[in-house]
Design a protein around this ligand. Structure first.
Ligand SMILES: Cc1ncc(COP(=O)(O)O)c(C=O)c1O
Length: 448
């Protein structure tokens, strides 16, 4: 039986227009090795997107497989509720605190993925102010084009309009400012005349809302699913300064940017960011098992301290918080990141990818390319000079990604932005192959 038919007949896949799948070929992957995955027909693909921004150590790593098997034999699961836990969750919490010493994280709270960990961060921020008699400080400011997940709190922070519309009304108290999208600056400015107007918008909004009503600002150090938007130096420093001067908590959503992706261990380090709360998921286990974590600085944690029965404890937590098998996978994954210096690898190979991508700007249909470590973007345009996009209904980004797939390359379209986020173990030869194939497709799209 061809699993592609069962896909069409039984699965309801996320973010997928199932109606068109009757005529299309769904891709069903059955194995992976390094940066390469193989489908049910035996066809190989270079996975230029690390599955979903996360297979940082690559596929088929016996170190993680063995850690999972060993832990499953020892203890399948035990909860962390009510004064209990399991030794592996405790070990991973300590490891994450050590890893985030620069950011001064003091405590780690586990969940099962990114959305839940964002949800956790938002609730922590609201509870923090509640417990200090400032219940009116509940608003959360995020950015348009931000992606923070799909559960209601995380979705309310998300600024990708199409993800929000059909699920309204969303959670009250969320506001959005413009993103640092320099290629299409919302203020029509050139970098040399920019005073970080999009960051200063935060201050404007705070004054409009009343800073005493705002709990937190949340942002991805590099915006991912909204189109891989890499902020200019000075942007995050401005945001952080504004948060500090108005007593607003800063939440860094490191779900994509954590664990080496950008060429720093955490993405915020490029700008010396010192968030109050950090959110991790995805590459925490490189996808071997689902796991998310929310780390906080001391003051956030200490605000909840008291005694049984006083109701100050954090009354939040999913059943699988601190799942020992997932935590064992994470520990083995973090060992690999260290042992193979994958953060440095991401920085060096990212520079190579950035240079190779820049050569594609020779095509009239390529408006912009950029990269930071091994996260990168290529924006397609119909007219380079005016930056006029292709008509939306042409689905040009989707067309490009489908052409690449036919030629053995997986890259994701985010509208007309082609995004790159390969495993950090990708080789330079595999990067070359991606660029060569992409170049062939861009040649066709350019009508040359
Ligand atoms: C920055 C960011 N935050 C949160 C999430 C949500 O994570 P999950 O899909 O694991 O719920 C994502 C997912 O892509 C993300 O990119």
């Amino acid at each position: 039986m061809d699993p592609r038919q069962d896909y069409r007949d039984y699965l309801w896949a996320p973010f997928t227009q199932m109606g068109d799948l009757a005529e299309e070929e769904p891709l069903v992957i059955v194995s992976g090795d390094g940066a390469v995955v193989t489908d049910n027909l035996g066809r190989e693909f270079i996975d230029g997107h690390a599955a979903l921004w996360l297979a940082n150590v690559g596929f088929r790593r016996p170190e993680i497989q063995n850690a999972i098997a060993k832990q499953a034999e020892q203890l399948s699961w035990f909860p962390s509720f009510g004064g209990m836990s399991n030794n592996i969750a405790v070990e991973l919490a300590k490891r994450l605190v050590m890893l985030s010493r620069e950011e001064e994280m003091a405590r780690v709270f586990f969940s099962s993925g990114g959305s839940e960990s964002v949800e956790t961060a938002i609730k922590m921020a609201r509870q923090y102010f509640h417990l200090q008699g400032q219940a009116q400080r509940y608003k959360i400011i995020a950015r348009r084009k931000a992606y923070h997940g799909v559960t209601y709190g995380a979705l309310s922070a998300t600024g990708v309009t199409i993800n929000r519309r059909l699920f309204e009304p969303l959670v009250p108290g969320f506001r959005h400012i413009n993103p640092p999208y320099c290629y299409r600056c919302p203020y029509g400015l050139m970098p040399e005349e920019c005073q970080f107007e999009c960051a200063l918008e935060l201050e404007e909004l705070l004054l409009f809302e009343g800073p005493e009503t705002v709990a937190a600002f949340i942002g991805e150090p590099v915006m991912g699913a909204g189109g891989v938007i890499i902020p200019p130096d000075g942007y995050w420093q401005t945001i952080e300064r504004i948060c500090r001067s108005y007593g607003v908590l800063l939440i860094a959503d490191e779900v994509i940017t954590g664990f080496g992706r950008t060429g720093e261990y955490f993405g915020g380090r490029h700008w010396d960011l010192k968030p109050d709360i950090m959110v991790f998921a995805k590459a925490l286990t490189s996808g071997y098992l689902p796991l998310g974590a929310t780390a906080v600085r001391k003051h956030i944690f200490e605000a909840s301290l008291g005694h049984w029965g006083d109701g100050r404890e954090f009354r939040h937590g999913v059943t699988y918080s601190g799942h020992p098998i997932a935590c064992a996978a994470a520990l083995a994954n973090l060992d690999i990141i260290d042992a193979e210096a994958l953060v440095t690898e991401a920085r060096e190979k990212g520079q190579y990818l950035k240079e190779r991508l820049a050569t594609l700007e020779r095509f009239p249909v390529v408006g912009h390319t950029d990269a930071l470590g091994l996260i990168a973007r290529l924006e397609l345009v119909q007219d380079k000079k005016s930056k006029r996009p292709f008509p939306k209904e042409d689905l040009t980004g989707l067309w490009v990604s489908r052409q690449l797939l036919k030629r053995g390359i997986i890259l994701r379209p985010l509208g007309d932005v082609i995004s790159f986020s390969p495993p950090l173990v990708i080789t330079r030869e595999q990067i070359d192959k991606i660029i060569d194939v992409l170049s062939d497709v861009l040649l066709v799209l350019s009508g040359e």
